[in-house]
Design a binder for this molecule. Sequence first.
Ligand code: UD1
Length: 431
Amino acid sequence: MDRIIIRGGRPLKGEIQIGGAKNAALPLMAASLLTSEPLRLSNLPHLADISTMAKLLRKLGVEISMDGNATGGGPGGPDGRVFAITAGELTHTTAPYDLVRKMRASVLVLGPLLARAGRARVSLPGGCAIGTRPVDLHLKALEQLGAEIELTEGYIEAKAENGLTGAHIVFPMVTVGGTENLLMAASLARGETVLANAAREPEVVDLAQCLVKMGARIDGIGTDTLTIQGADGLNGADYAVVPDRIETGTYAFAAAVTGGEVTLTGARPELCEAVIKVLTGAGVEVTPTNNGFSVARTNGRLRGVDMMTDPYPGFPTDMQAQAMTLMAVAEGASMITETIFENRFMHVPELCRMGADINVHGASAIVRGVKGLSGAQVMATDLRASVSLVLAGLAAEGETVINRVYHLDRGYERLEEKLAACGADIRRVRE
Ligand code: UD1
C-alpha cells in the first residue's frame, strides 16, 4: 500500500488549479442512463471514484469513450478530462456488491435505471466509516413515485413496470444523494413531481442544470423546493462539471495552516462562503482574483473559531476534519459541532497523536489550540479525515507518514504534485 511522507514546517506559496467536483461528476455520470444519446461531460477529475462509476456504467451496457484531456486544458488543466457516455441500450440493471461496497455513490444509478428500464437491482451500501448512512429516504421517495421495492439478499430490488408517476415528496431531512436520485427519476416520470426540503448543494444544482440541458423541465433550481415536469425522453448534451468546492476549501486551509499564500485558480468563491467565513474569522486574508481567490496568512497565529456543519449553504461536513486541523494550531479554543454524520471524528485520535489537544463530547469537539504539531505515523479511515492529516503533516515539525493513501486517491487528484509545486516537502512511496 502506498504511503505519503511529509516533512512539515514550510509555508505553501504559489498557485493551485482546482479540478472538477467529484460529488458533482458522480451523479452527472449516472444521469447518462436517462438517455440513449451521448452525454459529453468535461472537467471531470481523474480520481478512483470516477473510475469506479465508469466501471459500474460499463457493466450496465453503457459505452464510455475518453476524449483525453479535452480542449486545450492539458492534464488537470481548466478543462479536465472529457467522457462521452452513451447508454444506447441497457444490457443489465444490476449494480453489484463489489462496486457498491467500494463507493456508496453507486446507489445513484437506482433512480435513473428505474425510470429508464423500469427495474433496478442495486446492492445495499451498508454502513461506512463515518456512520450508518442508510438509503431509506431514497427508497421511500421512489415508492411515492410508484416503484415497488423489496430488500432481498442484501439487494434493493426495485420495479416500475408501467413507469413512474409524479408525486409530492417531502424529505424529512436534507439528503444530497436522495435529492439527486429523485431528480433523475422524476425527469422521466409521468406528470409533475415536487421535491420539498430538497438539498441545495452546488452539486445538486449542477445535476439539475445538466438535466435541463438534456431537455428536462425543472423549476426552483438552487432552492429547497424543486418542481419537475416529467418528459417521455431526454436527449444528449455537453456539460462541464462545476469546480470542486471541497478541494478548494482543503487547499485554502492548507495555505492558512502553513502560514502561506496560495491562489486557487478556477475556484468559485461564491460556493465557498461558509468556508471563507471561517478563514476570515481565523484572521486569514481572502482576496478574490479574476479566476478564483487567494488565501494568505502572513501576520501571526490563527484565531480559534466555533463552527457547526450543516447542509448547504452551511459549513460542509466534508470540510470538518480539515477545519479541525486548522483550529488545532489556532490561538484559543474552538468548538466544532458535527450535525450531519454521527461518527465523523475519527481523525481526532490521530491529530492528538501529533500533539493536538481535542476532546469530543457527543457531536461536538472542543479544540484547544496548541503552538505546534509534531510529525508522526498516522492513518485514517475516510477521505476527508486522511486529508486533514496531510494538512497537519504540512504544518507539523518533523516527518509525518500517512498510511492508507487510497482514501486520498478517491477524492484528490495529484495531491502531492499540487502541494509540492507550492513548496511542500511531500512524496509518495509506492509499495
Ligand atoms: C453526499 C456527499 C458526501 C457528503 C454528504 C453530506 C456525494 C457522493 N457524497 O453524501 O461527500 O458528506 O452528501 O453533504 O455527493 N440519510 C438517511 N437516509 C437516507 C439518506 C441519508 O438517514 O436515505 C442521512 C445520512 O445518514 C446522513 C444525512 O442523511 O446522516 C445526510 O446524508 P446525504 O446528504 O444523503 O449524504 P450522501 O448523499 O450520502
